[in-house]
Write a new protein. Structure first.
Length: 231
C-alpha cells in the first residue's frame, strides 16, 4: 500500500468498510498503540488517580487472543480498574493546560471507548485511526510555530526530503509523514493476518506493534521538548 493512498478521506473510509471486524479491531488497536508511550513515559496528572501500571495493563490485555473468554474477562477487569479512578468518576471538566495533557486525555478517552465497541464498526475504526493523525498534526503545527528548532530538525528534514508522497506536493510535517508510513505498513500487515489471530500470534503482528511503539516514542520526545519550552 502506498504510504499516502489514505490521505484522502474517502480512501480511509472505504478501507475501513472493506475490513473484517477482526481487521478493524487490529487496525484500531495499532492506532492506539501509536499513542501509548505518552501515557506510560510522561507524567500523568496526580488528580486523575490513574497510575501508569493500570494503563499498561489495559494496553496489554487489548492484544490478548481475541474471542477467548479468559482474555475478555482479563481485559474487562483492567478497564474497570481504569474507569474507577477519579479521572472518570470525580474529575470536573476544565481547560486542558498543556499539549501533553491534551494528548493523554484524547488517548485515554479512546481507550475507554474501545472497551464498549465489542463489534467495531467501520466508522469507529476510522475515528480511532484518525486520532494519531490528529495528534501528529498538532505536534507538527506547534513545532513549526516554535521560535526554537526541534533538536532533531535536521534528521526530520532529511526524512521528509525522501519520504514517499513528497513528490506529489503533499505538504505535511515530520510526525504526520511518519505516522502515515507506520499506519500504511500496519494496514498491510493487518490485511494479511490469518483470521482470528491476535497481534501477538504472528511475527508480522509483533512487527506492527514494534513499529507503533517506535513512532510513539518519537511523540514523547517532541512532547517533552515542547513542555520544556513552556507549550
Amino acid at each position: 500500500m502506498d504510504v499516502f493512498d489514505e490521505l484522502d478521506d474517502a480512501a480511509l473510509t472505504d478501507l475501513c468498510a472493506a475490513m473484517t471486524t477482526d481487521q478493524r479491531r487490529h487496525a484500531a488497536t495499532l492506532a492506539l498503540w501509536r499513542l501509548r508511550a505518552p501515557l506510560l513515559m510522561l507524567r500523568l496528572e496526580p488528580a486523575w488517580g490513574l497510575h501508569r501500571t493500570v494503563v499498561e495493563r489495559v494496553f496489554r490485555t487489548m492484544i490478548l487472543t481475541p474471542g477467548e473468554e479468559e482474555s475478555h474477562r482479563t481485559y474487562t477487569d483492567a478497564v474497570a480498574e481504569m474507569v474507577g479512578t477519579p479521572l472518570f468518576t470525580d474529575q470536573e471538566e476544565g481547560e486542558l493546560d498543556s499539549i501533553i495533557v491534551e494528548v493523554q486525555v484524547e488517548a485515554i478517552a479512546e481507550l475507554d471507548m474501545w472497551n464498549w465497541l465489542d463489534e467495531l464498526s467501520a466508522e469507529d475504526a476510522e475515528r480511532i485511526i484518525r486520532r494519531p493523525r490528529e495528534v501528529s498534526g498538532w505536534l507538527d503545527s506547534s513545532t513549526q510555530d516554535s521560535l526554537w528548532d526541534h533538536p532533531a530538525h535536521r534528521a526530520h528534514e532529511r526524512y521528509l526530503a525522501t519520504a514517499p508522497g513528497q513528490s506529489r506536493g503533499t505538504d505535511i510535517g515530520y510526525h504526520s509523514a511518519r505516522n502515515f508510513a507506520v499506519e500504511a505498513a500496519c494496514h498491510d500487515i493487518v490485511l494479511a493476518l490469518p483470521p482470528a489471530v491476535g497481534l501477538l500470534g504472528t511475527a508480522a503482528g509483533r512487527e506492527a506493534l514494534a513499529l507503533c511503539e517506535s513512532f510513539s516514542a518519537e511523540l514523547v520526545s517532541t512532547l517533552a521538548w515542547q513542555h520544556n519550552l513552556g507549550h
